[in-house]
Design a protein around this ligand. Structure first.
Ligand code: SIN
Ligand code: CO
Length: 371
């Protein structure tokens, strides 16, 4: 991606300028970010996805002023002519190639932060109420119109009489109606309320993810256990004196434990491996269709569900890590960054790396690149 090239998608800013001026800092409204925008799914396709039990969806209704939330699968949607409902379908990028392509436009932010594409469809007046999100979001108007009201309020008190996280005292500061092709970027923690203006309002949300320090530690620490086999030096205490407090934990044993835990975490590449594997772990509802070995002379493309990252010594794919160096590392990083390798690039892989690519193709993580 050309990170220094101004783009209409970011209101004439380059991705580099956008990240400096707006990312995690202040909202941006972009008129006609996408000319001739096409929703990646029709209402019918969205309704079919929402009816599946392996797709995350929610139906929010505010009929007669009463907020209701129903988690999917949603077998039937209310009529589009009935005002006050919205359907939200998560993870569209896993299910539809066009949704993946839309998400890919936002890869000027690290893949490690990119989460998914959610699509919402609403009848007139539909919305999820004024709320905060903890993550950055790009809200793309794909069809119909939506009125957004946003504000930077500190008052985070939520209503306790509704099944959704709705702000009790919403004080919007700005208001605008987005038309198809327009986009709104919001940093985390901005109060916002989007209400459909007319039927058939479709909005795409490009969502990001972030962990708390403790959440990340809880996720990473069990992964260190994979490398610990319980062998090594036994605890020894030749200087232990007779104890009048036999129940007290010996200080030397605490020291021994501290050093053992620190050594486990500080093993070369252990933290890097744990982080890379955790960040590329597929979501619980993701599955891959098994494929066949990559045909000779063909390029390769990452399956739209695959998550691939790398660091200086390893590549990570769908929760697994692989050591890579030299030319293979350069090529594998290319696969991760561009999500594809040309036939010529595949031909330059070492036999070992080529074998790995074949395995990934059989696992359905990589697909042959249509030539
Ligand atoms: C929506 O698309 O209706 C809701 C998106 C949001 O406000 O986060
Ligand atoms: Co929101």
């Amino acid at each position: 991606m050309q990170i220094d090239l101004p783009t209409p998608m970011l209101a004439g800013l380059s991705p580099a300028q956008f990240m400096r001026k707006h990312w995690q800092k202040k909202p941006l409204v972009v008129r006609q970010a996408f000319a001739d925008v096409q929703p990646p799914a029709s209402l019918k396709e969205l309704a079919a996805l929402a009816a599946r039990d392996d797709v995350e969806s929610r139906l929010v209704t505010a009929f007669d002023g009463a907020w209701k939330l129903k988690h999917g699968p949603i077998p039937r949607l209310p009529a589009m002519s009935k005002p006050g409902w919205t359907l939200l379908v998560q993870g569209l990028d896993q299910h539809l190639a066009d949704a993946r392509a839309l998400l890919d436009l936002f890869r000027f932010a690290p893949d490690a932060r990119l989460d998914d594409l959610m699509l919402s469809v609403a009848s007139d007046g539909g919305g999820v109420g004024p709320h905060f999100d903890s993550y950055d979001v790009f809200l793309i108007q794909l069809a119909g119109r939506r009125r957004w009201r946003i504000g930077a309020q500190r008052d985070a008190v939520l209503r306790d009489d509704v099944p959704l996280k709705i702000i009790a005292n919403f004080k919007p500061e700005q208001e605008f109606v987005l038309e198809p092709g327009d986009m709104l970027y919001l940093p985390p923690g901005w109060a916002h309320d989007g209400v459909a203006v007319g039927p058939g309002c479709m909005t795409g949300s490009v969502g990001f993810r972030a962990s708390t320090a403790e959440g990340l530690a809880a996720e990473l620490l069990p992964r260190f256990l994979d490398e610990i086999d319980g062998t090594g030096k036994l605890y020894a205490d030749p200087r232990q004196e007779a104890s009048a407090e036999p129940a007290r934990v010996p200080a030397a044993l605490l020291d021994f434990a501290r050093r053992a835990v620190e050594a486990a975490v500080q093993r070369p590449l252990a933290l890097e491996r744990a982080l890379g594997e955790a960040l590329t772990e597929p979501k619980a509802n993701v599955w891959f269709e098994l494929g066949e070995t990559l045909p000779p002379g063909q390029g390769a493309v990452l399956d739209r569900r695959s998550r691939m990252l790398y660091d200086d010594a390893q590549v990570f794919l769908n929760g697994e890590s692989f050591r890579a160096s030299g030319r293979d590392a350069v090529l594998m990083r290319g696969l991760a960054d561009r999500r594809a390798l040309t036939a010529a690039e595949v031909a330059r892989l070492s036999p070992g790396a080529r074998e790995l690519l074949d395995q990934w193709t059989e696992d359905g993580w990589v697909q042959p690149l249509a030539s």
